[in-house]
Design a protein around this ligand. Structure first.
Ligand SMILES: [Zn+2]
Length: 237
């Protein structure tokens, strides 16, 4: 048998295998690829974050309609806002006015759809399971320092615009549990009790779902809040 014929036969087998796989995936009669392992399936709030979650989140950034469709499946009470340029280097593009997430949020805030998608996943798969694990109670309220602000990093006069300038970031200061207990980043991060462990868990868990995650260990400017952003840089500190 010539080498050329061997290769052709192998190519034939591979084509047959690929066709069978496509048939099986499309048909779904005997077996269907689970959505969390299927890169073409839309992101689902209920599916546990996995190896495709970041890819699916990135796809929502490129597809505003798909992002909105995802938000519509979440408990977020969020109203789409018109796109507009708000200042030099500042703009609102595909943003939502968030009045409530899975929990109360106090003052409504403006957030990009993609950051809101990360927030919804984080609350569902990181925040609430951590609250149950450490306190046996759900979080009922998010305490925040706001999201959109047309400013530079740290509010400096010079330098790069903050992710807050495009409403791609939310500053979270703490949480209120169902029983009324308050857990704050400022007061509870430094300890070694349940509240501190809870905060460390929700901070660490945010790193898989947001891009930039900064807390008290990063610098003094973040001693009293978690900065959670969807931005160009991945940073988890
Ligand atoms: Zn921030």
């Amino acid at each position: 048998m010539s080498a050329g014929r061997g290769w052709r036969r192998l190519a034939g087998w591979l084509a047959l295998l690929a066709a069978a796989a496509l048939l099986a995936a499309g048909h779904g009669r005997w077996w269907r690829l689970p959505d969390r392992h299927n890169p073409f399936a839309p992101l689902s709030l209920e599916e546990a974050p996995g190896w495709l979650t970041r890819y699916k989140l990135a796809r929502l950034s490129a597809e505003p309609a798909a992002c909105q469709a995802f938000i519509d499946t979440t408990p977020l009470q969020a109203q789409p806002q018109p796109d507009r340029v708000t200042g030099p280097g500042c703009q609102l593009s595909h943003t939502l006015l968030v009045r409530r997430t899975q929990v109360q949020v106090g003052e409504p805030f403006t957030l990009t759809c993609r950051a809101a998608a990360s927030l919804a996943l984080w609350e569902r798969h990181v925040l609430q399971p951590a609250a149950q694990a450490h306190f046996g109670q759900p979080v009922v309220r998010l305490v925040h320092f706001g999201s959109y602000a047309c400013r530079n990093v740290y509010g400096r006069a010079e330098g790069a615009r903050s992710q807050h300038a495009t409403a791609d970031a939310l500053d979270v200061a703490g949480f209120v549990l169902q029983g009324g207990r308050r857990v704050s980043v400022a007061a509870d991060w430094p300890g070694d009790d349940a509240a501190s462990l809870f905060l460390r868990q929700v901070h660490g868990g945010a790193c898989g779902l947001f891009d930039g995650v900064l807390g008290p260990d990063y610098n003094a400017a973040h001693a009293d809040h978690f900065h959670l952003d969807r931005g160009p840089y991945r940073l988890c500190r």
